[in-house]
Ligand binder design. Structure first.
Ligand code: KG4
Ligand code: ZN
Length: 364
């Protein structure tokens, strides 16, 4: 059976066709970065309006690229949450309309479950590929989430820890805005840091005792304090606190000879060190057979390298295109739902703050 996946939870309009073997036949992703980058972050109203315009052509393209038609699709899978309410509504309503008009089962998918199951999608070019072995410790790191989970089997998620304030991706995005590096911040900071030296600008790490929780807001404030000494005086105001870069859409102005690369390197190091340390400890404590990375921050090269060195079991992560938001991961996760006989009725609604915790995401 082929599943048509639909994902519109944030700022990517995506549709994909995935089969029973977890092979991706198409995965069309229409990014909205051009729309939001001038604001340094996502503007929800603009995001939902763009989804409305893009969703039907995206679905048509996904079917065309998979060389299939709606007649040959066995089910529709759609992200029900968490995400932006207006954005989620577009995908859920299109999915409901398709499901009703074609009499197809409608499978709701938790967005975070989708990120995790990107690790189960079968690569086209690797005949040796095998699925991750349980128990799995999974670090989900995205623009909206930082969650450390234990999966003992399909569809069960024990929350070991999560961020108590900013998500890791948000820390990258806000840090990049402070440093004037653009949006999205993760790739920008990684690129700047590649030319920098660490150890020049010590920044704090929030360990939060023995817990598996994370906190990045203190680090972000420390970065602001570190960076403000280099800001170019503007209209007689030199202190960042008087013109808060978290609030303004104007790019920060720095004077000449500012060690942006070095500061970016220390900032990235501080985020990655905490993520790696806690994930590796969880993998040891819970005797994980596999460690998974998932979400938009998972492509970070330093995170992958340090985590690989810190764990003694295989570290798996999806290819970059399947780490950021996409519909193939939603269709992939839905395959595991259908095997459990899960079906959603047409009264399916959005859940902007849907959590992913033990046995709540998949009803059995
Ligand atoms: O999963 P995603 O596409 O959207 C959410 O569901 O939030 O994640 C987007 C996040 C952004 O914060 C972006 O800055 C971050 O992923 N990101 C990275 C990298 N590439 C994207 N963060 C660190 N290093 C990267 N290479
Ligand atoms: Zn996401």
């Amino acid at each position: 059976m082929k599943i048509l996946g639909i994902e519109t939870s944030c700022d990517e309009t995506s549709a994909a066709v995935v089969d029973d073997e977890l092979r991706v036949h198409s995965n069309i992703i229409q990014s909205q970065i051009d729309l939001h980058e001038r604001y340094g972050g996502i503007v929800p109203e603009l995001a939902s309006r763009r989804h409305i315009v893009a969703i039907l052509p995206t679905i048509e393209l996904a079917l065309e690229e998979a060389q299939t038609t709606l007649d040959k699709i066995g089910a529709i899978a759609v992200t029900e949450g968490p995400g932006l309410a207006g954005s989620l509504l577009v995908g859920v309503n299109v999915a409901k309309a398709l499901s009703w008009s074609r009499d197809l089962p409608l499978i709701p998918v938790n967005h975070l479950e989708g990120h995790i199951y990107a690790n189960w999608l079968r690569p086209a070019d690797d005949p040796e590929w095998s699925p991750p072995e349980f128990p799995v410790v999974c670090l989900i790191v995205s623009g909206g989430h930082t969650e450390l989970l234990l999966m003992r089997e399909h569809g069960t998620y024990e929350l070991l820890g999560q961020t108590i304030d900013d998500a890791a991706g948000e820390a990258f995005d806000k840090g990049a805005r402070i440093l004037g590096l653009g949006f999205p911040g993760g790739p920008a900071i990684q690129k700047a840091a590649a030319n920098g030296r660490t150890g020049q600008h010590p920044l704090p790490r929030a360990w939060l005792g023995e817990s598996y929780d994370f906190s990045f807001s203190g680090l972000k404030t420390a970065l602001l304090r570190e960076a403000e000494q280099y800001r170019r005086p503007r209209g007689g105001r030199t202190r960042a606190s008087e013109s808060d870069p978290f609030q303004t859409h104007e790019p920060v102005q720095y004077g000449p000879n500012v060690p942006i690369a070095d500061i970016a390197a220390d900032y990235q190091d501080a985020i990655v060190e905490v993520l790696v340390n806690k994930t590796a400890r969880a993998a040891r404590d819970y005797r994980a057979a596999t460690v998974l990375l998932a979400g938009g921050v998972a492509p970070n090269a330093l995170l992958r390298k340090r985590l690989q060195a810190a764990v003694s079991v295989p570290l798996r992560y999806p290819p970059v295109i399947l780490c950021t938001d996409n519909a193939a991961m939603i269709a992939g996760a839905a395959h595991f739902n259908t095997r459990r006989g899960d079906r959603a009725a047409l009264d399916l609604d959005i859940h902007p703050r849907l959590p992913l915790t033990t046995k709540t995401a998949i009803k059995s």
